[in-house]
Write a protein that binds this ligand. Structure first.
Ligand code: GLN
Length: 695
C-alpha cells in the first residue's frame, strides 16, 4: 500500500502525521478521529458525521445538540482533525459518547431493526374491541398502531402512529401519584392511599380497611388499595393543591407533566423556577380534550360514587369552603342540598386528567424520565425526586395493568401502566421508557397489541427485572453493543480453555454458563483446549458433559489435537462414540507472503471485534477502533477481523478494515489468508476487492 503513516501499529493513509495528531490531542481524541475517517481519508465528511450521530439514536430536534448542528450546518464539507477537535471539545459529552458507542443502548441500529421486526409481527393482530363507554373513544381509528422508545440518554425510536394524539386515560395515574408524592411525601400520601394490589376491577368500589392485624391505625381507616385503581387515582388527584381552583390545578399538573416530556416554560416567562429560559420549547404540554372530559363526567357515575365514598372515609381533602347559612329559613321543608366542593373538584380534575391527550413519543419520554430516576433525558430537568420515582414504580409493577397486573409482571417483569385509550407504557429502570399505542383492548382493558409488543420485547431482550437470575445466551442484553453481547457469551471460556485456566472454567460452570457455545467460527473451548494440548481442560470439559461439535470447517476437537500432536487427547476423543468429519481448509499458497497480526491485551475486545467484522457491523468495528483496539488484532486461532469479514462476505467491513491499515497477508492457525477465506466461502465481491488490492 502507498505512503503509509502508521498509528498504533496500523496505517492511516493520510497527509497529516501521527505526531501532529498526538501533539494536539489526547489519545482518546486521536483514536476517535482515526476511527471516523473512512475511505483512506484524513478528514470526516460532514454528512457522514451527522449520519453516525443519527444512527446512534440521537435526534436532530434534540435541544442538547442544537449548537453542534449549527456548527455542522455552517461547516465546509470536510472536517479536518483540527476542526474535529474544536467541534467535539465545544459540544456536550453526549456527542463523544454517541460516537464511541457509549449511549444507553450502544447498538441502536440493531435495536431499531429488532423493534421493526416486532412491529411487523404484531401488526396483523386485530383482535380486541375499542373502549365503548364514551363516544369519543368509540370513534377512534382502530387500525392505529405506534411504538415509541426513548432511552435515558435521549435516543429515540419511533414506528407507526407514534406522533398521533390519543386519550391517555389511566396512564395519567402514576404521574398523578408522583406529583402528589412530590408535594406531600410518601408518609402523608400513604395516609390517604395504600400500595396494595387490589385484585379487583379498576373501577371497583371496594376500599381497603387498614385496621386489621392489630395496628395502631384508627378503626375504620378505609383507603383505596393503590393509586392505579380509580379510587386511588381520584384520591391522589384530590391531594394535589386542593386549595387552588380546578383550573389552576389542571394547569399545574399539565405543566408538571409537560416537564416530564421535555416541555419547558416559553420565553415570555424569562425565568422559570429560578432558571433563565432562553428559548421556546419545541415540545407541547399534554393537550386537554374538553369534550372527552365532559363525556367522562356525563357517564362517570361509578367514579362519582367513588368520590363520595372517599369523602365519607374522611380522607379526601375538603375544599375549606364554609357551609352557608340556611337560605330557606322560612320554608318548612326546603333546604339547599350541599355537596362539599372538595369532592366535585377532585372528580372534575380526575375527569380532566383522564382526558389529556399525548402521543406515544411523549409518553415514552415521560416513561424515560421515570427510567432516569426523575430527570428528563433531553432537558436534564429534574422533575421528580429519585425517592418519588422509587416509590411509584413498585406500585405500577403491582397494579399498573388492571387485574392482569400479577401475571403481566411475572411474564414481562417491568413496571407498566395502561389506559383504555389503547396506550401502554413500560419503564425499564436505568435504560428506557417504552410506549405502545393500539386502541383495541382485551377484556380487562389492556391494549392487545400493546401486550404482545411487551411480550416480544422481553422474549428478545434481557429487560425483565429478574433476568439477573438467569444465564440466557439467546436473549440480547440491549445495554451492550451486539458484538460485545455475543463475545460475552463465549470469549472468556474459549480464552480460558486456550490458556489452560481450569479455575476460570470452574467459575463459569458454577455460574451456570454454557461451555458449548462457539464463536464466529463455531470454535469452542474444547477445540482450543485440544489445539493447545491442555489435557486437564479437555477432561474437565468432558466431565461437565460438554459435547464435541464441528467448527466452521467441519473440524472436531480431535482434529485440533491431531494437527498439534497431542496424542493423549486424540486417544480420549477416539474412545467417544462419535463419527468425526475432517475439516476442509483452503490455503492457496502456504509459502506466500505473511503479515503479523497484533496481540492485544484485552482479549474479549478482540473477540468482539471479530464478531462485529463477521456481522458486517461497521459501527461496532468503528467503536472498537475508537477505543484503541488495533484493527488487526488476532484471536486464539490467529484469526483476525479481516478473516471473518472475508469469510462472511462482509464487504463494508472489509473496506473499513483495509482502509484502517489491516494487513492483507495475515494467516490463521491453519495458514489461510483473508483472501483464501473469501474464496473458500465463495464470497465473490470480497474476492474481487481483495484480489485487486493484492495485485
Ligand atoms: N376514564 C376512565 C375511568 O375513569 C379511565 C379508565 C381507564 O383507563 N382504566 O373509568
Amino acid at each position: 500500500m502507498k505512503n503509509e503513516v502508521t498509528y498504533r501499529g496500523v496505517a492511516i493513509n493520510d497527509g497529516s502525521t501521527i505526531d501532529k495528531l498526538k501533539e494536539q490531542a489526547t489519545d482518546k481524541e486521536a483514536n476517535l478521529f482515526f476511527s471516523l475517517c473512512e475511505n483512506n481519508n484524513d478528514f470526516i465528511e460532514v454528512e457522514r458525521f451527522k449520519e453516525i450521530i443519527f444512527n446512534s439514536g440521537l435526534q436532530q430536534s434534540d435541544d442538547r445538540l442544537e449548537s453542534l448542528f449549527n456548527k455542522l450546518h455552517n461547516h465546509k464539507n470536510n472536517i479536518s482533525f483540527e476542526d474535529f477537535l474544536s467541534i467535539i471539545r465545544t459540544s456536550p459529552l453526549l456527542v463523544q459518547k454517541s460516537l464511541r458507542g457509549e449511549l444507553a443502548i450502544p447498538d441502536f441500529q440493531d435495536f431499531s431493526q429488532n423493534m421493526d421486526k416486532i412491529y411487523e409481527k404484531v401488526k396483523p393482530n386485530t383482535s380486541g374491541e375499542l373502549a365503548s363507554y364514551i363516544p369519543p373513544l368509540k370513534e377512534v381509528d382502530p387500525e392505529q398502531f405506534g411504538i415509541a422508545i426513548v432511552t435515558i440518554d435521549g435516543q429515540v425510536y419511533q414506528r407507526g402512529e407514534s406522533n398521533v394524539d390519543f386519550s391517555i386515560q389511566s396512564m395519567v395515574k402514576p404521574f398523578n401519584y408522583c406529583i402528589a408524592l412530590e408535594k406531600l411525601g410518601l408518609e402523608k400520601v400513604s395516609n390517604h392511599v395504600s400500595a396494595e394490589p387490589s385484585g379487583r376491577q379498576f373501577d371497583d368500589l371496594t376500599l381497603m380497611t387498614r385496621n386489621m392485624g392489630g395496628s395502631s391505625l384508627k378503626p375504620n381507616d378505609r383507603v383505596p388499595f393503590n393509586p392505579m385503581v380509580n379510587a386511588g387515582a381520584i384520591m391522589t388527584t384530590g391531594l394535589i393543591n386542593p386549595e387552588d381552583t380546578p383550573t389552576e390545578r389542571l394547569q399545574y399538573i399539565r405543566e408538571e407533566f409537560g416537564r416530564l416530556i421535555g416541555w419547558f416554560k416559553p420565553k415570555n416567562a424569562s425565568y422559570y423556577r429560578g432558571q433563565k429560559i432562553e428559548k421556546k420549547s419545541n415540545i407541547d404540554m399534554p393537550r386537554f380534550n374538553k369534550n372527552v372530559a365532559r363525556q367522562e363526567n356525563f357517564t362517570g357515575y361509578n367514579n362519582i360514587a367513588t368520590g363520595f365514598l372517599l369523602m365519607a372515609t374522611g380522607n379526601l381533602p375538603h375544599s375549606g369552603t364554609e357551609i352557608e347559612e340556611d337560605k330557606h329559613k322560612d320554608s318548612e321543608y326546603e333546604f339547599d342540598f350541599h355537596v362539599e366542593p372538595g369532592v366535585t373538584n377532585a372528580l372534575k380534575l380526575y375527569f380532566s386528567l383522564c382526558s389529556l391527550e399525548m402521543t406515544a413519543k411523549d409518553i415514552a419520554m415521560a416513561a424515560a424520565t421515570l427510567a432516569n430516576s426523575g430527570v428528563c433525558p433531553v432537558t436534564q430537568d429534574r422533575v421528580l425526586s429519585q425517592r418519588t420515582v422509587r416509590s411509584c414504580l413498585p406500585v405500577m409493577q403491582m397494579a399498573g395493568m388492571y387485574n392482569g397486573s400479577g401475571e403481566f409482571f411475572q411474564d414481562i417483569g417491568l413496571p407498566a401502566k395502561s389506559g383504555v385509550g389503547g396506550g401502554i407504557f413500560l419503564v425499564v429502570p436505568q435504560l428506557m421508557g417504552i410506549c405502545i399505542f393500539s386502541p383495541r383492548l382485551d377484556l380487562v382493558g389492556n391494549s392487545i397489541r400493546g401486550l404482545e409488543v411487551a411480550k416480544e420485547i422481553t422474549e428478545r431482550y434481557l429487560v425483565h427485572l429478574f433476568d439477573g437470575t438467569m444465564t440466557d445466551t439467546k436473549r440480547i442484553d440491549p445495554r451492550l453493543p451486539i458484538a460485545r453481547w455475543r463475545a460475552n457469551n463465549c470469549a472468556e471460556a474459549i480464552w480460558a480453555a486456550s490458556n489452560g485456566s481450569i479455575r476460570t472454567l470452574e467459575r463459569l460452570v458454577s455460574s451456570q454458563r454454557n461451555l458449548e457455545v462457539g464463536d464466529y467460527d463455531r470454535r469452542t473451548p474444547l477445540h482450543l483446549a485440544s489445539a493447545e494440548g491442555h489435557i486437564e481442560v479437555v477432561n474437565f470439559l468432558l466431565n461437565e458433559g460438554v459435547k464435541p461439535i464441528p467448527d466452521r470447517w467441519g473440524g472436531y476437537p480431535i482434529s485440533d489435537a491431531k494437527n498439534n500432536d497431542h496424542k493423549e487427547i486424540v486417544d480420549i476423543f477416539s474412545k467417544l462414540d462419535i463419527e468425526y468429519t475432517e475439516p476442509l481448509h483452503y490455503i492457496e499458497d502456504p509459502n506466500g507472503n505473511s503479515d503479523e497480526f497484533a496481540v492485544y491485551e484485552n482479549e474479549s475486545l478482540v473477540i468482539e471485534l471479530l464478531f462485529a467484522a463477521a456481522e458486517n457491523d461497521v459501527n461496532g468495528i468503528r467503536q472498537l477502533v475508537a477505543q484503541g483496539v488495533p484493527v488487526h488484532a488476532g484471536d486464539y486461532d490467529s484469526r483476525t477481523a479481516l478473516h471473518l469479514a472475508a469469510a462472511e462476505g462482509s464487504l463494508d467491513a472489509v473496506k473499513y478494515l483495509v482502509s484502517h491499515g489491516h494487513p492483507l497477508y495475515v494467516r490463521d492457525r491453519w495458514g489461510a489468508t483473508p483472501l483464501d477465506e473469501a474464496k473458500r466461502e465463495k464470497r465473490d465481491s470480497v474476492n474481487v476487492f481483495l484480489t485487486e488490492l493484492m495485485k
